[in-house]
Ligand binder design. Sequence first.
Ligand code: MG
Length: 352
Amino acid sequence: MTVRNFGKFTLRFRPYTLELRHVFTVSTASRTTTPAVLAELEFEGVTGYGEAAMPPYLGESEASVLKFLNQVDFSGFDDPFLTADILHYIDGIAPKNTAAKAAIDIALHDLLGKIMNRPWHRIWGFNPASTPYTSYTIGIDTAEMVRQKVREAAPYKLLKVKLGLDTDKMMIETIREVTDKPLCADVNQGWRHREEALEMAHWLSERGVVFLEQPMPKEQVDDNAWLTENSPIPTVADEAVQRLSDVRKAFGVYNGINIKLMKCTGMREAHQMVELARALDMKVMLGCMTETSCAISAAAQLAPIVDWADLDGALLIGNDAFQGMEVVDGKITLPNRPGIGAVPLSAAHQTQ
Ligand code: MG
């Protein structure tokens, strides 16, 4: 645990390796662990928790997050409520580093919520009863493993299927042998040709797929826009949208956006992205990386105002370090606790 004291603020952080329950395969890679860094921000005896999770394809690593957090200097601040100033300063320390910035943003929000003694969904004015079901992700795998994962997903009402390899039809047909639940499909930019993508969109729509995430590479703007124009089911941008400034570019190219705290620097910007997407009449999906219930509970504070949630990140790991948002009968259930509502699991949280 690194401890850094700055006047009224103390920042603590330590690496934490997330162990995945299953080898996780998407169209670009496979892996069994995800590096993360857990952070704490303390002010006048109140501690907020934050987290950075760094799937390798986003370009951050344990080393880059630790380097960033070692550059953070709170000595110019003595009021945690100056979030606009503090987070503007954090964002300006270095470009990118979105997960590292999210660790600070989440810890600061948790700290403030605790000082105000209210959960963030309450501070924002959202109805906790309005949360959507969360999807549960089925990675690309053999037919036998897919059947097993679908059975494990029994409590979930919506399944998210990873597509984008030459096994797409096998994946869907295998799932359809086991369940008729609605599906959403995440292609992770795996398709290349728009006519084939449109053919697949029809084929998937006929088999109960309700939306299509990032069908083609984000660089193929015209192809993605053409598909969106012609597709029988909505398209959602994921890789094409990271931060607030990307929402405008996705307008007219996709029907919706997938917001993730680790891409967009945290809760403050995620909230702004939801508002902008709504103003543009776009759909909003709330997603995640493999994360502990810390970052998942932070994202879940926005769940009452989104169309779809894919907040299964903590369910896919075997060593969660927090108790927080829970999935009850497939539905996101927000804890009525201040801040982000995440409590460290003492056994997992040895502050060495
Ligand atoms: Mg995705």
